[in-house]
Write a new protein. Structure first.
Length: 304
């Protein structure tokens, strides 16, 4: 199929699928709708409510300020009154996140991810590539709002967060002294495909931020080996506690696509044709062109 330039809807249905049957128990599976219900669009907005001295600022300036706020802070401001609620809800970037991926908004609020602002989240959702490799990244690592693929969030040391205890012991600092470092507060629940139960909320620090902070203290070793401890990878709950699926925003910012998995690679463990590889709409066409059409062979779809 070297001459394939696009796939028809019927071909897409035969060659690809949207949702994996594997449940990884990340934040996608944390019952976020119950834990963090959102009231967007449910209330009558009363324009006579006041924001005090903030009403003296031009609307354009207010919107620019909102974009520099982290999502938990923006949510707190939104609760001031219905005037504040209406302004935040009218912010285009916030609207698009709520419309296309409200669970990302719920997750950020629930784990108190404050290290990035609304603009950064919006811009990250326009990207497609994993920050750790060249694959398509179908997830966000919410401690730093980084797009990652399955293989990087599961195996790359950069995305294995440190507990507050280990980070403090390594840096020789108190929690107060580390408050500027990117961190989140995990949710109790099940994590990993092995359903490991975490009963308590754990403060998780970004590993790379801790290592960079150590550079300022010459007495500390800055090799990852000094803070590395047993990494259970696929069985490690902390690798899953700040991970959530993320769509790819279209160039207009008005649409979003969640990507595809290849039906012909289902069950495949080879790196290039792994069942975990995700593809954009263009990417799945390139993949089919390279490896061939998908047909059922012995009750199993395969490339031919």
């Amino acid at each position: 199929m070297d001459n394939v330039t696009h796939l028809t809807p019927s071909q897409l249905e035969a060659y690809a699928y949207r949702k994996s049957r594997i449940v990884d128990y990340t934040l996608d599976d944390a019952d976020l709708e119950t834990r963090c219900p959102l009231d967007n669009g449910r209330r009558l907005i009363l324009p006579q409510d006041s924001l005090g001295q903030l009403d003296m600022l031009p609307l354009e300036l207010l919107m620019c300020i909102f974009l520099t706020l982290d999502l938990p802070s923006l949510t707190v401001f939104r609760c001031v009154n219905r005037r504040a609620m209406g302004l935040v809800d009218s912010l285009h970037q916030y609207q698009m996140v709520f419309k296309h991926c409200p669970n990302i908004l719920r997750a950020i609020i629930s784990i108190n991810a404050r290290h990035f602002d609304c603009r950064t989240l919006y811009e990250t959702l326009f990207t497609t590539k994993c920050e750790g490799c060249d694959r398509v990244g179908g997830y966000l690592y919410l401690i730093t709002c980084t797009r990652v693929c399955y293989f990087c969030f599961m195996f790359n040391p950069d995305y294995f967060p440190l507990s507050a205890t280990r980070a403090a012991r390594y840096l020789g600092r108190s929690m107060k002294e580390m408050k500027h470092l990117p961190r989140t507060l995990s949710l109790p629940g099940k994590y990993t495909t092995f359903c490991k139960l975490s009963r308590n909320r754990i403060t998780l620090f970004d590993r790379q931020a801790v290592l960079k902070s150590a550079l300022k203290t010459t007495a500390l070793p800055t090799d990852d080996l000094y803070i590395r401890h047993r990494d259970l990878t696929t069985r490690e709950p902390r690798r899953h506690m700040a991970i959530i699926s993320a769509p790819f925003f279209g160039s207009s910012g008005l649409s979003a696509d969640w990507g595809f998995y290849c039906a012909g690679c289902r069950g495949n463990q080879e790196l290039e044709k792994n069942l975990r590889n995700k593809y954009t709409a263009d990417g799945i066409v390139d993949h089919i062109r390279r490896y061939g059409a998908v047909k059922v062979v012995g009750q199993q779809p395969k490339h031919v």
